[in-house]
Design a protein around this ligand. Structure first.
Ligand code: ADP
Ligand code: F6P
Length: 468
């Protein structure tokens, strides 16, 4: 059996070593996968070093072998905080107003991709499958090919792919997209992002799309497809039975004192629509005074990417907004928003989800959103909560029985909260059951198998013409 070499910017630390909630969907999903596969997971340790040495720190724990490297401060600034999170992240989430372009970011991004390639290439054997993840490492295949690798190399984008008309605002966009043609398989979360990618290939690169989905640009052939990521269903539903989940569940229920609980769980990121969500909840409170003292919003949002100023700014605005809403509506014995800036482990989160009547997940744009799926997986079948989900989250294409809302509309959020709180039990059960079936069937194992099968199915590079 071929080994699987997973390469991503962030490598999940073994259990108990990383702050809860700080890792996001990618790390959670990959950890599950690597436990099943022989192989290793390569990436940045999250640590800084004075001078880059390329020294690899190998670690084996909990069935996973990780190989990590430290990066220089300048690398972290230009590559991670810079090009990845100040340029690509906002642009790929349709926020060209927030995207920053700086020559040093682009060269830092190239440099770190080169460093990744040089360091990992000697660890890769000829029959290994290589799976690269996310926007931090788009040009990695090009660098690996230059290092002589002929292996099958796949790429999965965890975030949206922007429409062509937005992408062309990126300086050197063509160079970035052309570098993707060095992969053998490119995966997106849903049809919308795949379509946008194909649209770019057709109109900017003059490429063609074959009936089986193969993309052809000059002498290059690449497969591109849709592979929506899922949750580690088995592990998550096991967690729901744990003592820790029970404690978290009772803790929240007890403290709610009979009020209906609406829960939101997100990294503190402007793409998650937290500000708009608070405004929507405020509209609900304005429109429905009968619900005052009978409802509370628990928003868990651990800080993320704190060195990037747009993240500092959203944090400040949310502190202020939650304070204003609480100040305006609270009573001596009722606070409408519990805004918590810390992470919890997944067993605790499962308890909070289960104790909540409504899951309010309203990103402005999101590749998938695993929290929405976790919320569904954690519900009590006899008394399930209602999921309110942004129609702009990748998950909305699978979770059609959520109450789908436009996250920019205060009115839609307010109406959906009202509808969710008033929903009769039989409708709650019907909606939940269909979402649960999809979350169970299309889980992380299904995702991984589909992608790896598709990657195994592509012809090896040795037999293909590779343009210079
Ligand atoms: P993203 O990858 O953008 O952070 P996802 O919703 O796809 O968004 O994945 C987030 C993952 O991180 C989920 O598995 C979720 O359980 C975890 N997570 C998110 N927010 C928190 C939090 N506040 N505390 C603990 N875990 C969190
Ligand atoms: O899922 C999208 C993603 O950007 C992942 O690549 C990443 O690991 C996660 O969100 C959390 O972000 P970060 O690694 O920057 O903390």
């Amino acid at each position: 059996m071929s080994r699987l070499i997973v390469i991503s910017n962030r490598v999940s630390a073994p259990k108990g070593r990383s702050p809860a909630g700080a890792q996001g969907g990618l790390a959670v999903a990959l950890g599950a996968m690597l436990r099943e596969y022989r192989g290793l997971w390569f990436g940045w340790s999250g640590e800084k070093t004075d001078h880059f040495t390329g020294q690899i720190n190998m670690h084996r724990e909990d069935g996973i072998t990780t190989a990590t490297i430290d990066l220089e401060e300048q690398d972290v600034d230009e590559y991670y905080n810079g090009y990845a999170n100040r340029t690509l992240w906002p642009l790929f989430h349709y926020r060209i107003d927030l995207a920053e372009y700086d020559r040093s970011f682009g060269s830092g991004y190239e440099r770190v991709n080169h460093r990744f390639a040089e360091t990992v290439a000697p660890l890769i054997e000829p029959d290994d499958l290589v799976w690269v993840h996310d926007y931090h490492l788009i040009p990695l295949a090009t660098q690996l090919r230059q290092a002589g690798l002929k292996n099958r190399i796949g790429f999965f984008l965890h975030i949206p792919w922007p429409p062509r008309r937005l992408l062309v605002s990126l300086p050197f966009h063509e160079r970035l997209v052309r570098s993707m043609l060095d992969y053998d398989l490119i995966g997106f979360q849903n049809e919308e992002w795949l379509d946008s990618f194909r649209d770019y290939v057709r109109y900017e690169l003059g490429g063609t799309i074959e009936e089986d989905g193969t993309i052809i640009v000059g002498k290059r052939k690449v497969k591109a497809g849709c592979f929506p990521i899922g949750v580690d269903f088995e592990e998550f539903t096991e967690a729901v039975k744990s003592e820790e989940t029970q404690q978290a569940y009772h803790r929240l229920l007890k403290s709610a004192e009979g009020k209906s609980v609406i829960v939101g769980v997100d990294r503190l990121d402007y793409s998650k629509g937290l500000e708009e969500r608070f405004w929507g909840y405020r509209r609900f409170l304005e429109e429905h005074p009968d619900y005052h003292r009978h409802v509370l919003l628990l928003q868990v949002a651990p800080p993320s990417r704190g060195e990037v100023h747009t993240y500092e700014a959203i944090r400040e605005r949310l502190d202020e907004l939650s304070g204003r809403i609480n100040g305006g509506f609270a009573e001596v014995d009722w606070v409408p928003i519990r805004y918590v800036n810390r992470g919890y482990n997944r067993a605790e989160l499962a308890g909070f989800y289960r104790a909540s009547d409504v899951g309010l997940i309203t990103p402005l744009r999101d590749g998938m959103n695993l929290v929405a799926k976790e919320y569904v997986a954690a519900q009590d079948p006899e008394d399930p909560g209602v999921l309110i989900l942004s129609r702009f989250a990748g998950a909305a294409t699978q979770l059609r029985d959520a109450l789908l809302v436009n996250p920019y509309s205060k009115d839609e959020i307010s109406d959906a909260i009202r509808q969710a709180l008033d929903m009769p039990l039989d409708e709650r059960k019907r909606r939940w059951q269909s979402m649960y079936d999809s979350v169970e069937k299309e889980d992380v194992v299904w995702w991984r198998q589909n992608f790896v099968q598709a990657l195994k199915g592509v012809e090896k590079r040795a037999n293909l013409t590779i343009a210079s």
